[in-house]
Design a protein around this ligand. Structure first.
Ligand SMILES: [Zn+2]
Length: 342
C-alpha cells in the first residue's frame, strides 16, 4: 500500500448475536440451512462495514463464516475423522477434543473461496484472508495415520496451497497463515515449520503473511503467559529464519505483553503487522497508547514497513468494545502519520 501505516486486524471479529453466542470463542451457529448461509453473508457485510467505518485500511471477512480458525478448514479435507474425537493437549497448554487423521489428507473442495469472492464484490480496499498454518493444524488434531508431524504438515501445506491459489484468483491481496504454534515449538519451527509454510505459499504472487501470537485472550493462554517470565524472547529464536524466508509480512503481538520491541530488528526487509491492540482486555486503548507502541516499533523498523494491527483476533470481545478498539487503532496510526509529515 502507498499509504503509510495502513491499519488491519490480525483476524477474527465478534459475530452478531443472532448468528452465534456472543463473547464466546468457537461458539456453535444459531441458524441452520439456508438461513445460516444467508446469516453468515449478512454478518460478513456488517463486519466489513464496521472495519471500513472504523478506519481499517486492509479489511477482512472478520472470520464471520467460520466457527474455528483451524477446524473449519480441516472439515473440508478427506482423511479426517470428526466422529471419533480424542482429547489432546493443544500447544502444550490446554486439553481439547479434536478430530483425527485416519487416512491420506487432501482438499476435496474449496473452503473459503466463495466467501472471498463475495467479499471482493463488497469493497475495493485491499483484502487479507486468514488460513491456518500447517504446524498449528498438526497441533489441533491427533494423527493415527502419518504418525509424523513434519509429514502431516507438508500434506496440509499442499491442501493450503490449493486453497491459497484460488483465494488469490478470487482477488485476495494478502493471504495470512495463522501460526500461534510458532511461539511454542521453537525447534520445530526452524527444523520444518517455516519450510512447510513456504510450501503452502508456493507459486503465489499476492502478498503472504504469517501471524504469530500468544493466543486469544482465553484463560489457558493468559495463565500460560504468566509462566513465561519477564521478557518473552520466543520471536528471537524464530525470526532469523523467517527473515530469510519468502514470506512478505509478519504479524505479531506487541502491546501489553512482554515482547521486547527490539525483536523487530530481526525482520529486516519484511513488512510487520505490529499488534498495538490488546485482545485479552476490555480496556479500550487510547489513540495515544497506540501511537506510543508504533513509535517504539519505529525505532527498529522502517516507517514504510509498519502495519498497525491487533495482537490477535477479537472474536471473544463484545462488538462495542471491538469497534472502539478498531477506532483507537486507526486514530493512533493517524497520529503517527501526522508526526512523520511534520
Ligand atoms: Zn493470534
Amino acid at each position: 500500500m502507498k499509504k503509510l501505516f495502513p491499519t488491519s486486524t490480525a483476524g477474527s471479529l465478534p459475530k452478531p448475536l443472532w448468528l452465534a453466542e456472543p463473547e464466546t470463542l468457537w461458539s456453535p451457529w444459531k441458524l441452520e440451512g439456508q438461513a445460516l448461509v444467508d446469516g453468515k453473508r449478512d454478518a460478513l457485510r456488517i463486519s466489513l462495514q464496521e472495519q471500513l467505518t472504523s478506519g481499517i485500511d486492509i479489511v477482512s471477512d472478520g472470520e464471520q463464516t467460520r466457527q474455528h480458525f483451524v477446524t473449519t478448514f480441516i472439515e473440508h479435507l478427506s482423511g479426517v475423522d470428526f466422529e471419533n474425537k480424542k482429547t489432546v493437549r493443544i500447544r502444550d497448554r490446554y486439553d481439547a477434543s479434536v478430530p483425527g487423521v485416519i487416512g491420506p489428507v487432501s482438499r476435496q473442495k474449496s473452503v473459503f473461496v466463495e466467501d472471498a469472492k463475495f467479499l471482493r464484490t463488497q469493497t475495493d480496499q485491499p483484502i487479507k484472508w486468514a488460513l491456518p498454518g500447517p504446524m498449528t493444524m498438526v497441533d489441533t488434531l491427533y494423527d493415527d495415520y502419518y504418525q509424523d508431524r513434519k509429514t502431516l504438515a507438508f500434506e496440509f501445506a499442499k491442501a493450503l496451497n490449493e486453497e491459497a491459489r484460488e483465494l488469490q484468483a478470487a482477488g485476495v491481496n494478502i493471504i495470512q497463515f495463522d501460526e500461534p504454534a510458532f511461539n511454542v515449538f521453537l525447534d520445530e519451527v526452524n527444523d520444518w515449520g517455516i519450510e512447510a509454510l513456504e510450501r503452502a505459499t508456493e507459486g503465489l504472487t499476492c502478498e503472504t503473511a504469517v501471524h504469530i501470537c500468544y493466543g486469544y485472550g482465553i484463560k489457558a493462554n493468559t495463565d500460560w503467559k504468566k509462566t513465561l517470565g519477564a521478557e518473552w524472547r520466543h520471536y528471537e529464536t524464530t525470526f532469523p529464519a523467517i527473515q530469510k524466508s519468502s514470506i512478505n509480512i509478519v504479524s505479531l503481538e506487541c502491546h501489553n505483553g512482554r515482547v521486547p520491541m527490539e525483536v523487530l530488528s530481526l525482520l529486516k526487509g519484511k513488512k510487520i503487522m505490529v499488534g498495538a491492540i490488546d485482545v485479552a482486555s476490555d480496556t479500550i486503548e487510547t489513540p495515544e497508547e497506540v501511537a506510543a507502541t508504533l513509535r517504539e516499533a519505529l525505532k527498529y523498523a522502517d516507517a514504510d514497513k509498519i502495519y498497525p494491527s491487533t495482537n490477535c483476533g477479537m472474536a471473544p470481545l463484545s462488538r462495542e468494545i471491538a469497534r472502539q478498539k478498531l477506532q483507537a487503532l486507526a486514530a493512533g496510526a493517524e497520529i503517527i502519520r501526522k508526526e512523520l509529515a511534520d
